[in-house]
Design a protein around this ligand. Sequence first.
Ligand code: ADP
Ligand code: MG
Length: 460
Amino acid sequence: MDITEVKKIWEDVKVELSEIIPPSSYEPWILPLEPIGFENDEFSVLTGQSFALSVIRKNHYQQITDAFKKILGREIEFKIIFDEELSAKLKKQIEKAKKVAEKSPKENAMDNLAKMQSFSNLNLKYKFENFVVGDNNRFAQAAAMAVAQSPSKKYNPLFIYGASGLGKTHLMQAIGHYIVFNSPNLKVRYIKTEDFTNELINNIRRGGDINERMSKFRQKYRNIDVLLLDDIQFIESKERTMEEVFHTFDSLHNNSKQIVITSDRQPKDIPTLPERLRTRFEMGLVVDIIPPDFETRVAILANLADEIGMKISAPVLELIAQSFSNNVRELEGAFNKISAYASIQNIELDLETVKKVLKIDETSKKIDILTITQTLCKYFDVSIEDMKSPARNQKISHSRQIAVYLIRELTHMSFVSIAEFFNKKHPTILFSYEKIKEEIKTNKNLNKTIDELKEKIKDK
Ligand code: ADP
Ligand code: MG
C-alpha cells in the first residue's frame, strides 16, 4: 500500500487510541511510532525506543488491534519493529536541524524522512539487515547487494524471479532502502506493476489535457535514478502498459539509470510478453529465489524473534519451521500469530501451546524413518535388510542414499540417529546426504523421483 495511505490509516487509529489510552502512556509510547507499511494485512510501525516493544506489546496490543478493527472493519496483524539505523539517523537529523530550524527539530527530521519515504514509496521495514541469506537466495541477495552498492554499474536490469512469498519484494525494497540511506542524492521509486497500470489507466480516462497528464506521468517514472518495478507478470496482455514500460525502460537504461524488476516467473514464461521486452529484461542479470530449506527457515524465525526482543526456544522454532515449509510469508504469519498470543497471555511458548494455536495436526505429520524407508524399499524393490546391510551393490546404495536424504529433509533427525538406524558410520551417512543434495541441483530425473517419493510418503 502506498505510504501516504498507510499514514492516513495510522492517523485515524491514533485518534481512537488517544481516547482510550491515558496521555501518560499515549504520549511517550504511541505518539512517536512511525507507520511504515501495510502489506498482506500486516501493519508495521517503527520505533526508535527499544523499550517501546515490550511496553506496547504487553499493555496496549489489544487496544491497538481493536482500534484497527474499528477503522478497517477487520482484524489485522500489528507489528512493531525497533530500528537502530532509523533511531541513529533521526538523532543525527535532529542534531543537524537544531542548528538551522525555527521549527521544532523533531518535526523537521520526521518531515525529511516522510518526504523521502513518500517519494520513493518504500516500506522501510524491508532491509538487507533483516533479510536472512540461505542457499535458496544467496545468489539473488549478492546480486541485489551489488546493485545497491553500485547502481547502474553492475547488473542492469536486475531481474529477480520466484514463487510468491519468497522475498522478492523484500530484496527489491532492500536495494531501494540501501540507496536512499547511502546515496540520498539518488532518486529511487518503487512501484507495483499493477499500480503502474492503474495509474496509467486513470491518466488516460480522466478528462482535461491528456497530453499534459501523460507527460507528467512519464516524468514521474523517467526522471529518477532507480526504478523498482515489482511483479512484472501483471503486464501480461496489457498492451498500453507494455508500451509504457518499454519506453520507460529505454529512457532509463539509455541514461544509465538502474532498473530492478521482479516476477513470479522468468521473462520467457510470461505469455504475450513481446520479444523486445523479453530481450531487454534478460540483458542484465536474471536470478531466481527458491523456497528456503529447514535451516534457513529456522534462521528466519530466530531473526523475527530477535526483532521483537522475544525469547523463543529452539524446539518451538523448529516445530514452526517444520510445519510451514513452502513460503516465507506463511512462516511469518505463523510467527506473528504465536508471538502475539504469547505477549497477550504473557506466557512463555511451549510446544503444546504452539501446536494448539497454529492448529498443527500431529496425526497428519506422522512421517518417520521407518515409513520413509519402507516406501523407498517398495519403490526401488529392495528389502530393509539390504538397506541396513554392508552391501555395496549400486542399486542398494543408491536407494540408501536417497533414503538418507529424504529422512533428513522430512524428519530433521540427526545424522547420528540415521546412521544408527542403517548400521553405518556417521560420515558415511553425511556423505550420502550431501551427495544427493548436490546431485538434485543438476539431475532433473533424480529431482522428479524425489518429488514422487515425497508424495508417496505423504500419502502413507
Ligand atoms: P514476494 O515478493 O516474493 O512474494 P515478500 O518479499 O513479500 O515475497 O516476502 C514475504 C514475507 O517474507 C515478507 O514479510 C518478507 O520480509 C519475508 N521474507 C522473505 N524472505 C525473507 C528472508 N530471506 N529473510 C527474512 N524475511 C524474509
Ligand atoms: Mg512481492
